[in-house]
Every structure is written in structure tokens, then in C-alpha cells.
Write a protein of this length. Structure first.
Length: 361
């Protein structure tokens, strides 16, 4: 079981089966009242009804914390026994934390590849003890057995387990309203992760405002038409003049250009991805990434994969989680619905996959 707590909603994802053959047995979005996130103590009250309705009492559970509630730091691995890493790294990263080191919960894990000319590296995760304690308490009061407090970066790694892993690694971009990241997983372990410098929620709101429609209708238009409307190409692409047939359609009002907000978003996304790959290449000197999977609500733009392929010269594929894991009938039946929130809650699924292999760091 996984619980992903957002400002507007809580996502529940239940995973069954095995790590090799996972099955999504439960997926639920619970809308939240405005301001609920400001009162962490209300979480138990919000969760109690679905826990009871779905017979989840005592279910082993993971949950997610997001930036700025966590610090995620890449640093040199300490030259001590692995059992002593937390203590050693607490003081190494103390000046990089947003809060006193003695108030932090620290965890760390090794980076499986080594930067060119540097020693072994480690990822360090730090969170305030009070924040972690409050989340665990609320889950427990709701009747759940809180086992893991995870982060979106590791949810990326878990989702990458579902995908093919070529020699250069599995590259995954999830455009999420709370945490947009690009990650590379090799050998089943997180190798690289970087925040995408785009506020996806704001970007999608811009699209709705430009179109002058409600968010639900804007969602439908970007999913069904998106960048494909008008045959948009990235800046610098070869734009040919319109054909007589296209001009005729425009005169009749039957053809529309893609949203300016969408093309601007796609151009800046291409730049962010290129910057990330350039940094990865310069720091780690690994084989070039040849394919990228795009997931999350912000990636649900018709024609986005083709647009990015044209801009970057890399293959792109949309990542629908239900294409890579089995799902119970009530969930699978909603797969094709534009408004089905499985893409908004994709990180909850990633956190839930952790529960199928709890021995994994």
C-alpha cells in the first residue's frame, strides 16, 4: 500500500503480486478540502474512511515526502563501513541542510557508477524528524502500518523496474505537478536524478487560461489535440508553408494552431532535458541515452513525444503505467478515460512498488 499526500488530493495505490509480476489492486484519488495540507493532523481523519471501506487495516504502507520537506544531496561516499554511513554523512552534509543536522532523519545509498576523475559517490536523503514522525503517526492513527517514508526520486527508480533496461540505462521523465524529475536507473539502482525546472501545475493552468476553458476541457484538448493541432514543430525545425488544403481548412475554421503555452512548454522542456543529459554526460562519461520515457499528467500532450524527438534527436515514448503492470478490472476499465487520475498519482504507484521488494534499499 502507498499513500501520496498532495494539497488537492490524496492518492492510494495498492500493489499485489511480486516484483517481477506486479498487479495494481487498488487505485483511488481522495479529494481534499482547501487548506487541509496546512493541518497534517487532519490526515488520519481523511484516510480513515477509505482505509475502512477497502479493508486496509494494518496494511504495510509506504508514503512520500517532497521537497522542501526533504533534502536530496549527491556527495562523496564516506570511507567507512556501510553501517556507519548515516553518522558520517550527517556531519558531512550538515551545512547543506535547510535545518539543523541534529534534527534530521538521515538515510544514504551508494551511486552505482563513479564520476570521471572522482571517488565513489552517495545519495543522501534528509528530512526533519518532526515531519517524518507526524506522517507516520497520522498513517498509524488511520489504521495503516507505516513501513517506509520514501521520496519521488526512489519512486522513479521503482517505476523504472517496470521498463526495459538497455545498456545505457532506463531514462524516465515524469512531469508531475509536485515533483518533475528526470532520472536514470542502471542495474535496477538510481544512478542520476535532477529536478526539471518547470512548474507543471502552472504550465497546465496557462494552457487553460489561453484556451479560455475549464481545466477539464483544457485537459481533453491537450490530450486529444495537443501539439498535433496545426502540425507544430519545435523552434529551429523545418517549417514548410501550408498546403492549399490546410489553408482551406483554416478558412472554414476547421483547423486550429496548437496552444502557444503548449509549444512554449515543450520548447523549455526540451532545453531542460538537454541540460540534464549534458550534465550527466560531462560528469559520469557514460554511454549516451538513446531513449527516454515520458510519464505523469504533464506529459499527456498529444504529439509531445514527436516534438521532443525532432528537437533532441532522441527517441521518446509515453509511459502509461497500466501498459507495464497488470491491473484489477475496476482500474483497467478506466484506462482510456481522459479524466482518470492514474497519471496524476503515478508516484504513488512507484512508492507502492517498493512494498513488493521491501528488502531493497
Amino acid at each position: 500500500m502507498a499513500v501520496d499526500v498532495r494539497a488537492e488530493a490524496i492518492f492510494l495505490a495498492g500493489l499485489a503480486g511480486t516484483a517481477e509480476q506486479p498487479r495494481l489492486s487498488l487505485f483511488q484519488q481522495i479529494p481534499r478540502e482547501r487548506g487541509a495540507e496546512a493541518s497534517p493532523s487532519s490526515l488520519a481523519e481523511e484516510l480513515a474512511p477509505p482505509v475502512e471501506a477497502n479493508d486496509l487495516e494494518g496494511a504495510p504502507t509506504s508514503t512520500l515526502l517532497y521537497r522542501p520537506d526533504i533534502n536530496f544531496i549527491l556527495t562523496e561516499a564516506p570511507d567507512v563501513a556501510r553501517a556507519e554511513w548515516r553518522s558520517a554523512l550527517r556531519w558531512r552534509v550538515r551545512d547543506l541542510l535547510d535545518f539543523p543536522a541534529d534534527q534530521a532523519v538521515i538515510d544514504a545509498f551508494p551511486v552505482p557508477i563513479q564520476p570521471s576523475g572522482e571517488g565513489p559517490q552517495a545519495f543522501v536523503v534528509a528530512a526533519r524528524q518532526d515531519t517524518v514522525r507526524e506522517r507516520v503517526t497520522q498513517l498509524s492513527e488511520a489504521g495503516l502500518d507505516a513501513r517506509f517514508v520514501d521520496i519521488p526520486d526512489m519512486a522513479h527508480r521503482n517505476l523504472a523496474w517496470l521498463l526495459p533496461e538497455p545498456a545505457y540505462g532506463t531514462c524516465l521523465v515524469i512531469l508531475d505537478e509536485r515533483s518533475s524529475l528526470i532520472s536514470i536507473t542502471k542495474g535496477g539502482e538510481l544512478t542520476f536524478c535532477r529536478q526539471i525546472g518547470l512548474e507543471v501545475g502552472q504550465e497546465l493552468n496557462r494552457v487553460a487560461e489561453e484556451l479560455g476553458v475549464e481545466p477539464e476541457e483544457a485537459q481533453r484538448q491537450r490530450v486529444e489535440d495537443g501539439l498535433a493541432a496545426g502540425g507544430s514543430e519545435p523552434e529551429g525545425g523545418q517549417l514548410g508553408g501550408p498546403t492549399n488544403e490546410e489553408l482551406a481548412l483554416e478558412e472554414e475554421g476547421e483547423a486550429t494552431a496548437p496552444s502557444t503555452a503548449l509549444t512554449d512548454f515543450a520548447d523549455r522542456l526540451a532545453l531542460e532535458i538537454q541540460r540534464s543529459l549534458d550534465y550527466y554526460d560531462s560528469r559520469f562519461r557514460q554511454a549516451a541515452i538513446q531513449k527516454i520515457y515520458l510519464g505523469g499528467e504533464g506529459a499527456r500532450i498529444q504529439g509531445l513525444e514527436a516534438y521532443l524527438e525532432e528537437a533532441l534527436g532522441i527517441a521518446f515514448e509515453f509511459f502509461h503505467p497500466l501498459d507495464y503492470l497488470q491491473a484489477e478490472a475496476p482500474i483497467a476499465d478506466h484506462r482510456g478515460e481522459v479524466g482518470f487520475p492514474v497519471h496524476e498519482g503515478i508516484l504513488a504507484i512507484g512508492a507502492g512498488l517498493r512494498m513488493l521488494d521491501p528488502g531493497t534499499a
